[in-house]
Design a protein around this ligand. Structure first.
Ligand SMILES: Cc1cc2nc3c(=O)[nH]c(=O)nc-3n(C[C@H](O)[C@H](O)[C@H](O)COP(=O)(O)OP(=O)(O)OC[C@H]3O[C@@H](n4cnc5c(N)ncnc54)[C@H](O)[C@@H]3O)c2cc1C
Length: 402
């Protein structure tokens, strides 16, 4: 194995967080050398490239949490970057629909949370909802005008260019397979080379716990649980059922938002995603099974604690994954006119959701530091929306270590 030149900062992962961190470093510390490594042959090949493309407004998150703070600032920076670089986006707004009276207290709680986070929302009655979304049915709704849609892979293209145009390095097809933390640097094994980095940043998404565990100094008991989100697409002649984005009131005990309708920036309307346990970290269908990864999940006590807690919800999710009729039924609660024949199977994305040893799903973004490393161990939705703020936050942590 050959040795490459020393870099000040090595970043693992060219998803939106790795690239946003690299760009923030390039802008704030042009004196530093930065190298980004991704195991795939292109950027944004995992969560970032397979998500719903929504610019979240900041309604759902606990006031004062990293999620709430970084989403609000990151959202504004994202819109600014799109404007500046001609990336397609549309602040089209969304509605969160209470379909039954027993959902009203939760809708009210969401309204309170949005207000506490400084997000403007408007309460709608059934008639007000129909004015915005003529095919949606509900007893009441929240209108969130600042929600939008965007082309996240195109955002990543802008970030990657900002990094490489300044002469910094982006190495694709180069997996990071070893990390040894020493007193003043980290030895990184990347592809078929070694290099020494002043600081390593781990933005490896679905693999982030495994990357942290490459170095004994940053061993973590937090595990990534892969939750696949499967989508259907509305057939072209039925797209008029949905003007923009229609969401249900989420189950507050479950960290996912429930199947919804999303108009995509590239055209078309997607329905989903559900949330089923994937049988591989990069398991985009039931056929993709990874024996070792699955074995690890089944052996971990935390998986069983999680199952005990969510078995009812997960049974419903599994049923909706196996049965199109069940998926359609969930969608019909929001838009009664939608029928099975209006939908065709779409793609899927896999969420990296961190789980603590006691079986708790980590809610907030989580970053763990050692003397020379910064590991992003939990960055689920809306981390793409918040990415520019997260990148600046991480860049601040990195420079403090140098
Ligand atoms: C179905 C779904 C819908 C979502 N919808 C939204 C939404 O509408 N709005 C929103 O804001 N957020 C959404 N999210 C969340 C958002 O997509 C993620 O929070 C965000 O993309 C995380 O970015 P990342 O860079 O951390 O991870 P990723 O995009 O997964 O990037 C990680 C990268 O690390 C690389 N990597 C892994 N291991 C190694 C290694 N050993 N060596 C080198 N490279 C490695 C991978 O190849 C990958 O490119 C959604 C997520 C999913 C899955």
């Amino acid at each position: 194995m050959a040795w490459r030149e020393h870099v000040d900062v090595a970043i693992v992962g060219a998803g939106i967080l790795g690239l946003a961190t690299a760009r923030a470093l390039v802008l704030e510390r042009p004196d530093l050398s930065v190298a980004v490594f991704d195991k795939e042959d292109g950027i944004a090949r995992h969560q970032t490239g397979n998500n719903s493309g929504v610019i979240h407004a900041g309604v759902y998150y606990k006031p004062g949490s990293l999620k709430a703070r970084l989403t609000l600032t990151g959202r504004a920076e994202l819109v600014e970057l799109c404007r500046e670089h001609g990336v397609r986006y549309d602040l089209c707004g969304k509605v969160i629909v209470a379909t039954r009276p027993d959902e009203l207290p939760r809708l009210e709680a969401l309204e309170g949370r949005a207000t506490a986070n400084g997000v403007a929302v408007e309460r709608l009655d059934a008639a007000g909802l129909r004015e915005l979304e003529p095919h949606a049915a509900g007893v009441a709704a929240l209108h969130v005008p600042s929600t939008g849609i965007v082309d996240f892979p195109a955002v990543c293209g802008v970030l990657a260019r900002a990094v490489t145009e300044k002469g910094q390095e982006l190495h694709l097809g180069t997996p990071v397979t070893g990390l040894v933390e020493e007193a003043h640097s980290v030895v990184v094994e990347a592809g078929d080379e070694y290099l020494r980095a002043g600081v390593v940043v781990n933005c490896a998404g679905l693999q982030s716990d495994l990357v942290a565990n490459l170095a004994p100094t940053s061993h973590t008991d937090v595990r990534v649980m892969p939750f696949r989100g499967e989508y259907y697409k509305l057939k072209a002649h039925r797209r008029d059922l949905v003007r923009n984005l229609i969401y249900p009131v989420p189950d507050p005990a479950f960290p996912f938002l429930g199947v919804h309708f999303t108009r995509m920036i590239g055209g078309g309307v997607e329905a989903g995603p559900n949330a089923v346990p994937a049988l591989a970290r990069e398991g985009y269908s039931w056929r993709q099974v990874h024996g070792r990864e699955l074995g690890e999940v089944l052996r971990a006590r935390s998986s069983w604690v999680l199952l005990r807690k969510y078995w009812r919800t997960e049974l419903g999710e599994l049923y909706r994954s196996a049965s199109k009729a069940a998926f359609v039924k969930a969608l019909q609660r929001l838009v009664p006119d939608v029928q099975a024949e209006d939908l065709v199977r779409g793609g899927a994305g896999v969420r990296a959701q961190a789980i603590a040893p006691d079986g708790t799903l980590l809610d907030d973004f989580a970053i763990v530091e050692t003397a020379r490393m910064v590991h992003v161990v939990n960055a689920p939705s809306p981390a793409a929306t918040a990415s520019l703020a997260i990148g600046r936050h991480i860049a601040g942590l990195v420079t403090a270590h140098l």
